[in-house]
Design a protein around this ligand. Structure first.
Ligand code: G1P
Length: 295
């Protein structure tokens, strides 16, 4: 079945980037000239997603506003004949794509947030995108999310995007156990299990879950029936473990780059990497970097 829908949980408090995220959602922090959430939505749309469900909470309405029409601003840009800006503002949601939001009224974990979108997902497979992480196409402009969706459509079972991380960073991620097999870049291998944030000595590999998943609708029932796990929260990892007792789950190894904008260094790296690609900033930024004393 074709994957058309994506759930993007945006209800997190953003404690890793305080105080920047005190009064604005962390997802609204800009990377060059677009908020992080817009980069993520563009990645989903480029992969063929048509319906996006944002799982949100109080204090996050700037995200909904960003994807809504701003009549006064548009009228002003028309009056001033600022055509390029007008287009940039009007094309935030491309035609043929719809974005809706659902509130998660209790902070009961990532699994619970995803389950909040159950009625909007219905009986269809869907993608989950964790919006802290930006995924940028690697060489040949491969859209990893699109490729992973194709793996799902071909194989018929869940796919989890993974990327290699240094061994001293495995405690920060969900880690895939591929029974010793390391999938080729851009390919997927069935996994034996997932371990959430293991100690370096217990990690079955250095293949980290980087925040992109394709699930069959069945995962929603498993989330609904799931018992609270670590931290008393409904964990997505537990539902994936339950799914694994019923059918295969694949680890898709990404080809591109990731930037974790939910933490300071990752956010800075994203701004530099995207700034070096942006037509308006790349020349000046390169020059500026050359003037820095890098030692
Ligand atoms: C979550 C997931 C983890 C994944 C990570 C990617 O953890 O639980 O498996 O590796 O996102 O960013 P969090 O970073 O929300 O603690």
């Amino acid at each position: 079945m074709k994957v058309r829908k994506a759930v993007i949980p945006v209800a997190g408090l953003g404690t890793r980037v305080l105080p920047a995220s005190k009064a604005i959602p962390k997802e609204m922090m800009p990377v060059v000239d677009k908020p992080v959430i817009q980069h993520v939505v563009e990645e989903a749309v480029a992969a063929g997603i048509e319906e996006i469900i944002l799982v949100t909470r109080s204090g996050k309405s700037a995200i909904e506003d960003h994807f809504d029409t701003h009549y006064e601003l548009e009228a002003e840009l028309v009056r001033k004949e600022k055509k390029a800006l007008l287009q940039a503002v009007q094309n935030i949601v491309p035609s043929g794509v719809s974005i809706m939001s659902i509130r998660q009224s209790e902070a009961k974990g990532l699994g619970h947030a995803v389950h909040c979108a159950a009625s909007a997902i219905g009986n269809e497979p869907f993608v989950v995108i964790l919006p802290d992480v930006l995924v940028r196409s690697g060489e040949n402009n491969v859209n990893d999310l699109a490729r992973m969706m194709m793996e799902f459509e071909g194989k018929g079972y869940a796919q989890i995007m993974v990327g290699e991380v240094p061994v001293d960073k495995v405690h920060l991620y969900g880690i895939a156990d591929c029974a010793g097999v390391n999938p080729a870049f851009g390919r997927s291998e069935a996994i034996k299990g997932l371990v959430e944030k293991p100690l370096q000595s217990d990690a079955p590999s250095n293949l980290a879950v980087i925040g992109r998943y394709v699930f069959p609708a069945r995962i929603m029932q498993l989330l609904r029936d799931g018992k609270p796990g670590a931290g008393g929260e409904i964990q997505l990892t537990d539902a994936i473990d339950a799914l694994l007792t019923e059918e295969s789950v694949g680890a898709y190894k990404m080809t591109g780059e990731t930037y974790d904008c939910g933490e300071k260094l990752g956010y800075l790296k994203a701004n530099i990497a995207y700034g070096l690609q942006h037509a308006e900033t790349k020349g000046g930024l390169k020059e500026f970097i050359r003037t820095l004393e890098l030692n």
